[in-house]
Design a protein around this ligand. Structure first.
Ligand code: HEC
Length: 231
């Protein structure tokens, strides 16, 4: 009985050797085929070999700057003069809630994730006792209205390598309001004046006078005969 068994198993192991080889070869072929198929597939879907970027990124971060061919944005000076200073300041105080998670603003306030911002307007860039990024430190100069405008629009674009993880404020109105608020805290830079063109008219009671002036200019340009210009 045992004899038979051993001879049977011997025969089986001899056969099994061949089978095992075939099976192994089969698996190698299968694996090679699978690998090839996968690499074709993944090439189809991932374009790993081509340095392509999708035209539209998958999602939009709120507050991120969208590049569009819209009408030119108004200047910081214009945005700062859009509404009475007190209203702009109130709007800025409200919008500043976006910054509060990382910054304090009252004089002597502690640094958070970002530095305390008291007196930052007009003050030196990266001038606080704070562990700034080397890139922001290298910027130099002082914060003024236009630089603050650029910074708040897109910190990473203005200072690549900055530690400020904030997408930016896409609306110049918001940036103007927040800058106005920053300027009211330990700083007092003069607000730049903005002169609207004569056609847009001046505010309130001056509007009529400005219009009269504008008309007079047109008449003078049209010719010496006032009747020819008046239709
Ligand atoms: C997620 C945290 C975070 C938020 C939100 C944030 N900041 Fe910052 N901010 C930082 C950090 C960090 C730095 C330092 C950047 C560096 O060192 O590169 C910084 C730097 C600054 C600076 C330069 C300060 C200096 O001393 O020169 C200003 C100005 C500033 N932030 C304003 C703002 C305003 C205004 C907002 C809101 C609209 C805001 N930040 C939102 C983290 C933040």
């Amino acid at each position: 009985m045992t004899q038979d068994n051993s001879s049977q198993s011997e025969a089986a192991s001899q056969n099994g050797g061949g089978d095992l080889f075939n099976t192994a070869a089969g698996w190698v072929l299968f694996a090679a085929g699978l690998g090839l198929g996968l690499s074709i597939l993944s090439g189809k879907y991932f374009h790993g070999d081509k340095p392509e970027r999708p035209e539209q990124l998958g999602y939009v971060i709120e507050g991120a700057v969208e590049e569009s061919a819209g009408p030119a944005e108004m200047s910081m000076a214009e945005a700062l003069n859009m509404m009475p200073a007190a209203e702009l300041l109130a709007a800025g105080e409200k919008a500043y809630s976006k910054c509060q998670s990382c910054h304090t603003i009252d004089a002597g306030g502690a640094n958070g994730i970002g530095p305390n911002l008291a007196g930052v307007m007009g003050g030196p860039v990266a001038g606080k006792a704070f562990g700034y990024s080397a890139e922001l430190k290298a910027l130099g100069g002082n914060w003024d209205w236009d630089r603050m405008n650029d910074w708040l629009k897109n910190p990473k674009a203005y200072v690549s390598g900055t530690k400020m993880s904030f997408a930016g404020l896409s609306k110049v109105e918001d940036r103007a309001a927040i800058a106005m608020y920053l300027n009211s805290k330990g700083a007092n830079l003069p607000v730049p004046t903005f002169v609207a063109d004569a056609a847009a008219g001046a505010a309130d009671g001056e509007a009529a006078a400005a219009e009269g002036e504008a008309e007079a200019v047109v008449t003078a340009e049209a010719g010496t005969d006032p009747a020819a210009a008046t239709e």
